[in-house]
Write a new protein. Structure first.
Length: 534
C-alpha cells in the first residue's frame, strides 16, 4: 500500500489554476472560519503569499456560490489583455494604460457573463440585449485635442499673348509680303499643406457602465460575485489607477460583491495626491482586508490544529487521485498518515517542514515519496525532501536579490548560530523591504504580530520564524537550534519558549537589530534597500 500512496503523492497537482473546478472542490480544506469570512457579501481583499491557497480558496468560493444559485465569475488578471506589454509601455500615460487595462478587465467580465448565461441556459431574449448594452458601454475611442488631418490648397495663374510678322516676294503676284510674330506664356502657382496630429484615447462612461451592470443584475435576478485573482501581477504603478476605476464602476453597483486575491507585499491599492485626496481604494474604508491566509496558516501555537489540517489536505488530494484510477483510498485521514509515514515523529517532521504553507507541504510530500518509493516515508526522507525543495524553490528565488540573500545568511548566523533559536523579533513600526522580500519568498514566516513593550509605550514587535529549510542541515549537528525564542536578557539565558508571549520583556534577547547588518553593508544598503520608517 505504501507504494500506491507514494505514487499518488507524486501525482498531486501543485497549482490550483490548472485543476478543474470539481477537483478544487473535492480537495479544498477549510482553515478555521475562512469560508465563513469569504462568504460575506462585503467587498474584500484576500491577502496571502504564493502557495498559501488564495487561488484554491477563491475558486472554491466561486464554485460554491454558483451551486447555491448566485452568479459567480472568476478573472485571472495575469491573462487580461491581448497586446503584450502595452500596460508597461513608458511612452503612454499612466491614466491611459490603466484605462486600457480596465477596459480589458471589464471585457473579460463581459465574456465571463456571456459564458455563464450560455452555460446556465438562461433566457437570452431578455439577457442578451442587456449584455449587448454592457459591451457597448464598456468603452469607446474618443478624440482628445487635435487629430491628424491634412489640408492642401493649390492656386495657379496663367498669361498668354501672340504677335507675328512675315516678309517675302511673290513672283506670281509681283508683290512683296511682310509678316512677323511673337509668342509668350507666363504661369504662377502656389501650394499650401497643413498637418495637425493628436492622440486617440479611451474614455470610460462610468454612468453607462454602472447602469448596464444594474440592468444586468435585475435581468439575472441573482447576486453576482466577481473574483479578481492575481492582483499583484498588475504593474505596481498601475494598481492604484485600476483600483480607482473599479471603485467607480463595480464597487458602488448594487447586487455585486468583489473579492481581490493579492500578495500584500506586492500590492498598492491607494495613491495619495498633493491635494490631500487619493486615487484607488482605501483599504478599510472602501473595502475590507480582514482575510490574510498567512495568518490562517500559522499553526505554531496549535500543533493539533496543524496536524488536522495537513492530514485532511493529504487525504483529500490522495482520494482525488486514486478515484481517477479507480483505486481504493484509505478510509480516513488518520489511516492515511498511519500507512504513509513510518511513525508519528515522521508526520510531525513533515508538519514542521511545511511551515503552514499548503504548496510547500504538497511539494515536500511528493519529493519525500520519490525517495521512499516502496517504503513508508521516514524522518530522513522528509528532511531530504525539505532540503531539496528549499534549494530548488526558495533559495533560488532569494538568490535573485544578492542583498536579500546576504541579509538571510546574516540573520541565520545571528539567530541560529549565536542564539540557537529559530525565531526573532523586529519592530512593527519600521518598514524593512528586504525582510518583506524574504517573507514573500517564504524563507521567513510571521508567527505573531504586535507584541507589546509595556516598559516602552508605543513600541511593538512582530515575531518572525526562519524557514525549516534554513536549518534542516543543522538538525543533527551541535549547531541545531534548541528552541523557538530565547528568553532572558542580553546577559542571562533562561532557556526557550515555543509560544510567543504578549510581553516582549522576557525575550529581549530575541530582538534582531538590523542596524548591524546595515552598517556592514554600507550606507547605500541602509538608505535604499533595508528600510525606513513605515
Amino acid at each position: 500500500m505504501a507504494s500506491v500512496i507514494n505514487e499518488a503523492f507524486m501525482r498531486f497537482t501543485r497549482r490550483a489554476e490548472v485543476v478543474d473546478r470539481a477537483r478544487l472542490v473535492a480537495t479544498f480544506v477549510d482553515a478555521g472560519p475562512l469560508m465563513t469570512l469569504l462568504e460575506s457579501r462585503d467587498h474584500q481583499i484576500v491577502y496571502g503569499r504564493r502557495g498559501t491557497g488564495k487561488t484554491h480558496a477563491l475558486s472554491y468560493l466561486v464554485e460554491d456560490r454558483r451551486k447555491k444559485g448566485d452568479v459567480s465569475l472568476y478573472v485571472d488578471l495575469r491573462l487580461i489583455g491581448s497586446s503584450g506589454g502595452i500596460y508597461a509601455d513608458p511612452n503612454l500615460l499612466l491614466e491611459e494604460r490603466a484605462t486600457r487595462l480596465l477596459i480589458d478587465t471589464l471585457a473579460a467580465l463581459h465574456d465571463s457573463l456571456v459564458d455563464y448565461t450560455l452555460g446556465e441556459d438562461l433566457d437570452l431574449s431578455m439577457i442578451g440585449p442587456v449584455l449587448d448594452r454592457l459591451a457597448d458601454s464598456i468603452a469607446e475611442v474618443s478624440v482628445v485635442g487635435t487629430v491628424e488631418r491634412e489640408q492642401e490648397a493649390t492656386a495657379q495663374d496663367e498669361e498668354h499673348s501672340h504677335r507675328s510678322a512675315e516678309a517675302g516676294l511673290d513672283p506670281v503676284a509681283a508683290a512683296v509680303r511682310v509678316a512677323g510674330g511673337r509668342s509668350s506664356k507666363a504661369s504662377r502657382g502656389r501650394r499650401e499643406r497643413v498637418t495637425e496630429a493628436g492622440v486617440a484615447r479611451h474614455r470610460v462612461h462610468f454612468g453607462r457602465v454602472g447602469a448596464s451592470l444594474i440592468d444586468l443584475s435585475r435581468a439575472l435576478d441573482r447576486h453576482t460575485w466577481v473574483v479578481l485573482d492575481e492582483w499583484s501581477s498588475v504593474p505596481l504603478d498601475l494598481q492604484p489607477y485600476l483600483a480607482d476605476l473599479l471603485r467607480r464602476t463595480l464597487l458602488p453597483t448594487p447586487g455585486y460583491t468583489v473579492k481581490f486575491g493579492a500578495i500584500e507585499q506586492r500590492s498598492r491599492f491607494r495613491l495619495s495626491t498633493p491635494e490631500g485626496d487619493y486615487v484607488g481604494i482605501e483599504v478599510g474604508a472602501d473595502m475590507a482586508a480582514d482575510v490574510n491566509l498567512d495568518d490562517f496558516m500559522v499553526f505554531e501555537n496549535d500543533p493539533d490544529r496543524a496536524k488536522d489540517f495537513f492530514r485532511e489536505l493529504l487525504f483529500r488530494h490522495l482520494r482525488a487521485v486514486l478515484e481517477d484510477e479507480h483505486v481504493d483510498a484509505p478510509a480516513t485521514p488518520s489511516q492515511l498518515t498511519n500507512r504513509a509515514f513510518t511513525q508519528v515523529t515522521a508526520f510531525d517532521e513533515f508538519i514542521r517542514a511545511a511551515e503552514g504553507v499548503p504548496r510547500d507541504a504538497i511539494n515536500v510530500a511528493g519529493l519525500a515519496a520519490q525517495r521512499a518509493l516502496n517504503d513508508a516515508i521516514s524522518v530522513e526522507h522528509v528532511r531530504t525532501a525539505a532540503r531539496s525543495w528549499y534549494q530548488r524553490d526558495k533559495e533560488a528565488a532569494v538568490g535573485a536579490n544578492p542583498t536579500a540573500r546576504a541579509l538571510l545568511h546574516w540573520a541565520i548566523d545571528r539567530v541560529i548560530g549565536d542564539r540557537r533559536a529559530r525565531a526573532f523579533l523586529l519592530r512593527s513600526d519600521i518598514s524593512h523591504p528586504l525582510i518583506d522580500t524574504l517573507f514573500d519568498a517564504r524563507v521567513l514566516h510571521i508567527l505573531k504580530k504586535s507584541i507589546a513593550a509595556h516598559d516602552q509605550p508605543g513600541i511593538r514587535y512582530d515575531v518572525y520564524k526562519l524557514d525549516y529549510g534554513c536549518y534542516v542541515d543543522l538538525i543533527t549537528t551541535v549547531r541545531a537550534p534548541q528552541g523557538l525564542l530565547p528568553v532572558g536578557n542580553e546577559n542571562a539565558e533562561a532557556g526557550f519558549v515555543e509560544v510567543p508571549p504578549d510581553d516582549y520583556r522576557s525575550i529581549r534577547r530575541a530582538i534582531l537589530d538590523l542596524t548591524e547588518f546595515e552598517d556592514a553593508q554600507g550606507p547605500a544598503t541602509s538608505a535604499e534597500s533595508v528600510g525606513g520608517t513605515a
